[in-house]
Design a protein around this ligand. Structure first.
Ligand code: FMN
Length: 140
């Protein structure tokens, strides 16, 4: 069974990484899009009042995902990719994991960042979802 590469990428960097992985492993891509797209101001991490700052301050923030979720039943493996935000995964990645509940799938996490490492983000997800089989992929 093929792999699904689900990624969130408001400014396109992680998308390129996801597309490369898709070619490498012959997988299929799914873009995690926010119901309300992120504007440049929403992404301003220097502004404490921006949307991304507010979401990342709130551990329970779960931004809505636009459109249909993928049907995971036809995939044995799931890759989840995202830009590191505040050292961890953007909250919409939690929305995705909680909505799709990939129980019994091998979940490999990858990310892009401005320098922050991947491992703390992976550990955070492993701690939040101990019932899932989450392992670290690469920081790209
Ligand atoms: C709200 C926000 C928070 C960020 N926090 C971090 C961070 O903690 N560490 C880091 O290295 N980069 C951080 N970045 C930079 C992104 O991780 C990096 O630019 C990423 O490659 C963007 O991916 P994208 O083009 O797929 O959105 C942050 C960017 C944004 C917009």
């Amino acid at each position: 069974m093929p792999a699904l590469i689900a990624y969130f990428s408001p400014t396109g960097t992680t998308r390129k990484a996801a597309e490369r992985i898709a070619i490498e492993i012959n997988g299929e891509c799914y873009e995690i899009k926010a119901e309300k797209p992120y504007t440049a101001h929403d992404l301003d991490w220097t502004d404490r009042k921006s949307r991304s700052s507010a979401e990342m301050r709130d551990k329970n923030a779960r931004p809505e995902i636009a459109g249909p979720l993928p049907d995971l039943s036809s995939f044995s493996e799931l890759y989840i990719g995202f830009p590191i935000w505040w050292g961890v995964a953007p909250r919409i990645v939690n929305s995705f994991i909680e909505r799709t509940r990939p129980l019994g799938k091998k979940v490999t996490v990858f990310a892009t960042s401005g320098g922050s490492p991947l491992l703390p983000a992976v550990r955070d997800l492993q701690e939040k979802y101990p019932e899932l089989d989450i392992e670290s992929g690469k920081l790209i």
